[in-house]
Design a protein around this ligand. Sequence first.
Ligand SMILES: [Zn+2]
Ligand SMILES: [Zn+2]
Length: 270
Amino acid sequence: MNQASVTILGTGSALPTYQNSPSGQILTLCDKSFLIDCGEGIQLTMRQMGIKTARLYCIFISHLHGDHCFGLIGLISTLSMMHRTQPLHIYAHADLEKLLRPMLDYHCDELTYEVIFHAINPRKKEVIFSDRTVTVTTIPLKHKVPTCGFLFTEHHRQKSALTGECEYHYQPRYAYVSDTQYTESILEQIAGVDLLFHESTFTNEWESRCATTMHSTARQAATIASKAQVKQLLIGHFSSREEDHSIFLHQAQEVFPNTLLAVERETVTF
Ligand SMILES: [Zn+2]
Ligand SMILES: [Zn+2]
């Protein structure tokens, strides 16, 4: 079994810069690739990195702010130019299909594959995807528009030596939490996960901005990681205001030492 890993494609926030693309990451679990959020330009980073888009299994969109979904139409079109035949499943708020369908009909009327939208309710904690080895559950978040994070759990069925019945043995767990203001309502769901990605849009000095924009600071992300006793914290979704991301890392590590910075084109294994 390959190790679980997450590859950062974009770690900026709303405003794309020369340094950072908006949100996007590839999670690899059980040899399957899941794309989480798809900001503008994400497909180029994937190609530059030689990531095989043919292996893309499903796409999960946390919310419909542009920095999390503007890359979808371009990616869908490119996959067709590359003669994809396997259906592509997209899990998102119901409005995404309403917004994208007319664009698909106009720009991509001869797609080589089917795009299947799965409407999710970001306000509810529920299992939205499950196959033999991976389960995905929504994590309701607090943001300006309906938003949810995702909890990915890898599991393997094994027969119990004692009872002969099939049992699930839960293995790596990854939680993606972006975008959100500080909320302890997620603690129970993410408790003890192997890796938590939590947005950290602002440095601590800008905490007052969090109430109006409904984002988090580095300290707040680390406080959530500490209270949930996760094994490792990965922070990203950085404001374009800060060019040097090491300040986010230092501020988070003051509260939760086992913190990593999300760096574009880098992969974290867990
Ligand atoms: Zn965002
Ligand atoms: Zn947002």
